[in-house]
Design a binder for this molecule. Sequence first.
Ligand SMILES: [Zn+2]
Length: 399
Amino acid sequence: MAATGSQSLKCKVELHNHLDGALRAETVIDLARSKGIELPVDNARQFKEFVSCANETDRSLKKFLEPFAVFIPVISGDPHALRRCAIEFCEDQANQGVLYTEARYAPGLLTSGTSNNDATEGDKLTSEQVLLTIVDGLEEGCRRYGIKVKSILCCLRGCPDSATETIELCKKYHRKGVVGIDIEGNELEDSIKPGDEFCKAFQEAKRYGIHRTVHAGEAGTAENIRQSLDWLSAERIGHGYQLVEDESLLERVKKEQIHLEVCPTSSILTGSCSSFDNHPAKRLIISYLDPKLSPFVNYLSLLKLRHYFGSSTRFINEGLNFSINSDDSLCCNSGVADEYKLVYNKWGYGASVLTRATFNAARSSFLPEEEKQQLINDLEEIYGMKVIINYKATDIKLS
Ligand SMILES: [Zn+2]
């Protein structure tokens, strides 16, 4: 993704992006060709369409995840491919103006080597080798492109062994490139049970000071969010849109300042939300708006919101901690800069809301306290100098 205009300014923080869902289509095609792996399509444009489910009418999280099985074998078990993708991830994030980002992945999904579609050669790397290769690639990418990237390791729903392995890797590499633990997968099909391996892993993470986020309340229910807080001690929730269905839980999330990693395009493509206009996050973000902050911009936002929702503005002033994220840049065909534009243009939120989302992300990042404060200081300097003006003038067009 090429940098244009103020996109090259390093002013965003992205907390929710899957490294293996953010590969470059061109790289996947290139690697597949060199390995003799046959893909369903053979050019980057068609490949993006193939993985994005954009043309699907019957969307679901299960369908959204299906293409991963096609392209993950192209990079898995291959240290050169993994390192290349990690470096390219840093470049793509830097080109979108990202100052700090957390890349998440499940090392255990990236161990198997494949020479073609029919012949799996078995594990070529251990999960630990995958982790070390990616962390090394991210560090190289950070050096080259002047940004900061840390890793969140994902457990897989329905696979308790992944929880056991992931927490051990998190402990071993805590503050050596790894900052947090997550659970990914299909929350509709695989639930967490009290005291199971996932709960044990997350409580162990809490004891070790390892930060915790959980995919919940996207395709599943608000109850999954409650369980993530009660059983897994989650500090952040990936998605969390179903909060709109549970008033008391929403109150708790606001009171405890649980951070919501909002991923607008992804939730449409997974079928979790029906449209941008009816997106629950749009309503949730209203709850952030506080006219005391930046009165003029928020007054305009308020007028727009009243236009959208009539007198239904009861969420206003209730305060919510959220960020804007891409989730899977490749599969959504949308990077974080696109998501910011979308929130501005389709939801009508002003620069003050987007700026707050970035600062929310910084203060809810999993960086050690000292580095987090430095990140916030850097953002304050950048925003204080010129970014807000440039952002409004060139990066984002008024709807
Ligand atoms: Zn995700």
